[in-house]
Design a protein around this ligand. Structure first.
Ligand code: 5AD
Length: 363
């Protein structure tokens, strides 16, 4: 055990906040005992701040139609190989009712980014019908890309409580490199600020391990997220998707290295922001069968079991090897229950699971 890493972990859990160079030192640890120490320290912080309880967010992937053309994403507009779909409102409500009956305290409605009136109305209708069918008992999270402040307000009024919008990277040069010219980093940041103004609980995150991204970039990402003062963090390793421009630039893809960097970032997030909700994202599970357990043991406290009808799952693939595409909701639920009990944690059934940070801000 190097004294330096031990010292950083000790100070991060006592009096002082992690600094940029300390985050970099933690992200570069390679000795197995140091990695274990990083993960277990973050795990202890999680148990102390948010408890050994995992919150379920029932994930409804409601449409893969998307107007964006991000070079890394499998459902980008220019990918003509993907059949496009959109769930009927009734199908969305059916999935929500299933989640409610099964004790899930909250939902995430996720889909490609579209900005038009019919889409706005579709989401508004889905939100209203979900709440009517579930007795207003579910917390509703949206993850539908950048939207105008007016649209965000309309959805908030229709019953959305939370919104996830990844900044993808805090490095504007990298952002430019992985997006076409009409995708603006500034607009994304504006949307994050509008979400706060419209009284959403806000979540953001980044892609980890993009080609050319440095440990300094990742440390800056975490500090940027800290400054945004968000309630939720959802970030995951970049995984190439064959039918995207970026995949052809990725010569070798080291699954284990990506997984490991994803876990280190989770741990650093928990150390830096002890009281936020952090998701163990599906991308971790795509890289290892035990990815979500590892994520929970590195500091995450939220999972998003898919509750979408399996017939749509195969065409909602953002990256290669998305796990569980042949499972139904029951099977997904059983898989999550098994992994959570295998690490001795419990599930926060029936709970909205707001982050302690959100509670503090609003008391
Ligand atoms: N690998 C990992 N994550 C991806 N996303 C999109 N494409 C990929 C990929 N190839 C993530 C982005 C986006 C979220 C919905 O999915 O971060 O914000």
């Amino acid at each position: 055990m190097s004294g330096k890493v031990e010292r950083i972990l000790k100070s991060a859990t006592s009096d002082s906040e992690l600094k940029r160079d300390e985050i970099i030192s933690l992200l570069e640890v390679s000795a197995p005992d140091q990695k274990r120490n990083l993960f277990s320290t973050a795990y202890e912080v999680k148990k102390r701040t948010v408890g050994p309880v995992v919150y379920f967010r029932g994930l409804i992937e409601l449409s893969n139609r998307c107007n964006k053309d991000c070079y890394y994403c499998g459902i980008r507009k220019s990918n003509r190989l993907v059949p496009r779909f959109r769930l009927e409102v009734d199908e969305v409500v059916e999935a929500a009712v299933w989640a409610h009956r099964n004790g899930y305290g909250s939902l995430v409605l996720q889909g490609g980014e579209l900005q038009n009136d019919s889409h706005t109305r579709y989401i508004t209708e889905a939100l209203s019908k979900i709440h009517a069918a579930t007795n207003n008992e579910l917390a509703a999270t949206l993850s539908l890309g950048e939207q105008s402040r007016e649209v965000l307000r309309q959805w908030r009024e229709a019953g959305a409580h939370r919104y996830l919008l990844r900044m993808e990277t805090s490095n504007q040069k990298l952002y430019k490199q992985f997006h076409p010219d009409n995708h603006q980093w500034e607009s994304r940041m504006q949307c994050l600020s509008d979400l706060r103004s419209e009284d959403y609980q806000v979540g953001t995150g980044v892609l980890i391990g993009l080609p050319g991204q440095t440990l300094g970039d990742l440390a800056d990402d975490l500090l940027y997220i800290r400054d945004l003062d968000v309630d939720m963090v959802g970030m995951g390793p970049f995984i190439p998707h064959d039918d995207t421009p970026l995949a052809s630039h990725v010569k070798t893809f080291d699954k284990n290295a990506q997984l490991e960097m994803g876990l280190k970032m989770l741990s650093c997030t928990r150390l830096l922001l002890p009281d936020v909700n952090i998701a163990a994202t599906t991308a971790l599970q795509a890289l290892s069968d035990t990815g979500r357990e590892l994520g929970l043991q590195a500091g995450a406290n939220v999972v998003m079991p898919n509750v979408t009808d399996p017939k749509y799952r195969a065409v909602y693939q953002l990256y290669n090897g998305k796990p569980s595409i042949n499972e139904n909701s029951e099977q997904s639920r059983a898989g999550f229950e098994k992994s959570i009990s295998s690490i001795g944690e419990t599930i926060g059934f029936g709970l909205w699971g707001n982050s302690p940070r959100y509670k503090k801000r609003n008391c």
